[in-house]
Write a protein that binds this ligand. Structure first.
Ligand SMILES: *Cc1c(COP(=O)(O)O)cnc(C)c1O
Length: 395
């Protein structure tokens, strides 16, 4: 399984601890999905592959909460999928609104400014929910073509109330576009019901596939804006090229066949578990990890509803997050994330609870973190933390 140095301090001689990918993306890929990615190559416009492509589109619709226009699937990372939304919804000199409560709103801003759009931003503190009153006020004051938001702000762990935001934006002409890269599959999405006109996502988070596949889902309201000639500039990501082919169940360009084979298998696994059960599992694992970390003295960072797909937590006073992260990697072969926020570098850790994650993973996380704390000379109530997590796992 592992392709990195596995000789581990503390492990019995000759026994290497397994590599544990516990980032909020890319996430661990199940063996079945890896094997699917290694299936023989097919003609991307041949009948065998097209049947698979169509089945993928159909099985994504209920996960997106969308009926109508089938999802677009294309080779891209998550930021590419975000760019695809921006170049189709924004235009030079045209006004867009962005909600910012972490790292990813500013990425939308950068992408929109790159094509010469007029950008306004409704900013709230990192960790706080987006400012719904601020959005309401901005939409009263000016006319916007589109509002861009982030479903699961993976820099802070905040979940956006898309239902409330969709109701506000839905009263205006503006189109609501959402980055659900670290949401889709793990955090509930009901695009049609909530008025989320464009959803963009990617393969490597809750969908438990390797990185490299972008997803975009479009409403009819969004289409009227996308069709206009004053958008862009756009070429590779021009949704006007994507739609007629997507409606025939075909990819736009040479399909990333191996990636789509992987997604096909991941969707089969989600179907076996049940998409609703998968969402419930994400919530349960997330609460369990949070409870265990709190017992160890960590403080959950988001102030409102946490995203079920990751835990962002502040270390106990005096415990250096980079030291803990290094210790987990060197001593336990477990990889968790820190932060890009300079002023929080010493205190924030981020751990994924999305995709192919089980109860056992959460208990192992707690045990390894408590052990790493002890290695660093801290007291850690390992038994108490495991009990707190177990109690959430069985609730
Ligand atoms: C991971 C992530 C992205 C990622 O993009 P890549 O281009 O695939 O690195 C975008 N938005 C959010 C919220 C994410 O969590």
């Amino acid at each position: 399984m592992t392709d990195r140095q596995t000789s581990v301090e503390g492990a019995p001689a000759g026994v290497a601890l397994p590599y544990r990918l516990r980032l909020p993306g890319p996430t661990a890929v199940p063996e079945r999905v890896l094997k699917a990615a290694a299936r023989p190559m097919l003609a991307h416009r041949g009948p065998e592959f097209l049947a698979r492509f169509k089945a993928i589109q159909e099985r994504l619709q209920p996960i997106l909460g969308r009926s109508g226009i089938p999802p677009f699937l294309f080779a891209s990372t998550g930021i590419g999928a975000m760019e695809s939304a921006v170049v189709n919804l924004a235009g030079p000199g045209r006004r867009v609104l962005i909600t910012t409560n972490g790292q990813w709103g500013p990425v939308f801003r950068r992408l929109a400014e790159a094509i010469g759009a007029e950008v306004d931003e409704v900013v709230s503190e990192r960790g706080d929910p987006i400012d719904l009153d601020g959005v309401r006020k901005a939409l009263k004051d000016k006319t916007y073509d589109a509002v861009f938001t982030v479903h699961s702000e993976s820099s802070t762990g905040a979940l956006t109330d898309l239902k409330a935001l969709g109701a506000i934006v839905g009263e205006t002409e503006a189109v609501l576009a959402c980055d659900s890269v670290s949401g889709l599959g793990g955090a509930e999405m009901r695009a049609d019901d909530w008025g989320v006109d464009v959803v963009v996502s990617a393969s490597q988070k809750a969908l438990m596939c390797p990185p490299g596949l972008g997803i975009a889902s479009i409403s009819k309201k969004a289409w009227a804006l996308i069709e206009r000639d004053d958008r862009g500039p756009r070429s590779y990501f021009d949704y006007r090229r994507f739609r007629p082919l997507a409606e025939k169940g075909e990819p736009t360009y040479t399909a990333p066949v191996a990636m789509l084979n992987a997604l096909d298998e991941a969707l089969t696994m989600i179907g076996e578990e049940g998409a609703t059960a998968a969402l419930a599992r994400h919530g349960r694992l997330n609460r369990a990890l949070s409870a265990g970390l709190e017992t160890l003295g960590f403080a959950v960072f988001p102030t409102g509803t946490p995203s079920p797909t990751l835990v962002v937590a502040k270390t106990p006073e005096g415990l250096s997050a980079p030291a803990l992260i290094d210790r987990l990697s060197e001593g336990y072969n477990a990889v968790v994330a820190g932060t890009r926020f300079e002023d929080l570098k010493d205190r924030l850790v981020r751990i994924g609870t999305m995709g192919y994650v089980t109860d056992g993973d959460i208990l192992t996380d707690i045990h390894q973190i408590a052990s790493a704390m002890a290695d660093l000379g801290r007291n850690a109530d390992t038994a108490g933390a495991l009990a707190a997590a177990s109690s959430e796992l069985s609730s």
